[in-house]
Design a protein around this ligand. Structure first.
Ligand SMILES: Cc1cc2nc3c(=O)[nH]c(=O)nc-3n(C[C@H](O)[C@H](O)[C@H](O)COP(=O)(O)O)c2cc1C
Length: 319
């Protein structure tokens, strides 16, 4: 069944696997695209070491893009993180254009300098701001982006600063613009997909549900923890820019303790150690020094499945 989202992106089902720092290598992304959804390479895709060099960052992304192309002939996307400092964005933009990546996920702000070259090359743009607002959605529509992702506070990863759940943010954005809106945050099974469509979304954008899959680069112990957990296990703490949630680890217990003692957001963010804490916790399975970021939709996930099985279940109504 075609929807505006499947038509724009040239995919079979209206489902996108969201970028997840460190946790989206070529094999995983290609598996999502081969299953009929859209796989997206996220920051540090396929990497096991950190580089701070923008050119090297882009060349690593080029190698991962080339691997995806070898594994699938279906559409896939790369992430462009766009903030006020474009040091890392420029070289990745160049690589995306040179490698003819058909779709880009923009995470961050709308910037004409990035947007215009993408449009000129006919690259489709999915825009997922960290903080969706009515004004931002209208501006994005005026800019000419193809699809807007409305993310609720239920999501895994860095949550929006305003505490608006997926159930509330999706209809709010749907009513504000006429381009297709996809729902992100807390979608764990086909009931979540149905709810998103009932709220006016024309597709779903999911991360956590893809983590405990055979193809996911997450550590085996992390996959097991996710399938054995419910949303009640999640711990929420203050950090920068707002809040973060994680399954319990030794590190997270320490952060929560400092949070309850009134520590500053800066101190808590330092303890959390951003991408390093995610890499240690989720790729290495190190619960002393890392965290396990997932959304509140994990409760119905009860087994480690293949990506194809996850897509089949979520997209049951689109067969
Ligand atoms: C472990 C993890 C890491 C994430 N990293 C990123 C990231 O680097 N960039 C980004 O734009 N979104 C990131 N996200 C958000 C996802 O792309 C997606 O929006 C989110 O997972 C949707 O909510 P859900 O997890 O409840 O499905 C991350 C999510 C998770 C769970």
């Amino acid at each position: 069944m075609q929807t505006r989202v499947t038509e724009i992106l040239g995919i079979q089902y209206p489902i996108i696997q969201g970028p997840m720092a460190w946790l989206t290598n070529a094999e995983f992304v290609a598996a999502v695209s081969n299953a009929g959804g859209l796989g997206i390479l996220g920051p540090n895709a396929g990497q096991t070491t950190i580089t701070r060099d923008p050119q090297e960052t882009a060349e690593r992304m080029r190698r991962e893009i080339q691997k995806v192309k070898a594994l699938t002939d279906k559409p896939f996307a790369s992430t462009l993180v766009v903030d006020y400092d474009l040091t890392y964005t420029w070289p990745i933009l160049q690589v995306v254009i040179e490698e003819k990546v058909p779709i880009v996920l923009i995470n961050g702000i709308l910037d004409e300098r990035i947007f215009t070259p993408l449009k000129e090359k006919g690259i489709k743009i999915v825009y997922r701001p960290g903080n969706p607002t009515i004004a931002d959605a209208k501006a994005a529509e005026d800019f000419g982006i193809d699809i807007y992702v409305a993310t609720g506070f239920d999501e895994g990863g860095t949550v929006p600063e305003k505490i608006i759940g997926t159930f509330s943010i999706v209809p709010m954005i749907v009513d504000a613009i006429s381009i297709p809106v996809m729902a992100a945050g807390g979608i764990g099974d086909v009931r979540g997909v149905r709810a998103a469509f009932a709220l006016g979304a024309e597709g779903v954008f999911a991360g956590s549900v893809f983590l405990p899959t055979v193809e996911s680069p997450a550590h085996q112990s992390v996959k097991e923890k996710i399938v054995n957990a419910t949303a009640e296990d999640l711990l929420l703490f203050r950090t920068l820019p707002a809040y973060y949630r994680s399954l319990p680890t030794e590190l997270v217990h320490q952060i929560v303790e400092r949070d309850q003692a009134g520590a500053s957001r800066e101190e808590l963010a330092k303890l959390q150690n951003g991408g390093v804490g995610m890499f240690k916790g989720m790729v290495e399975g190190n619960s002393q020094e890392g965290f396990i970021s997932v959304g509140t939709g994990i409760t119905p996930i009860k087994a480690v499945r293949t990506v194809q099985e996850v897509v089949n279940e979520l997209m049951a109504d689109f067969k």
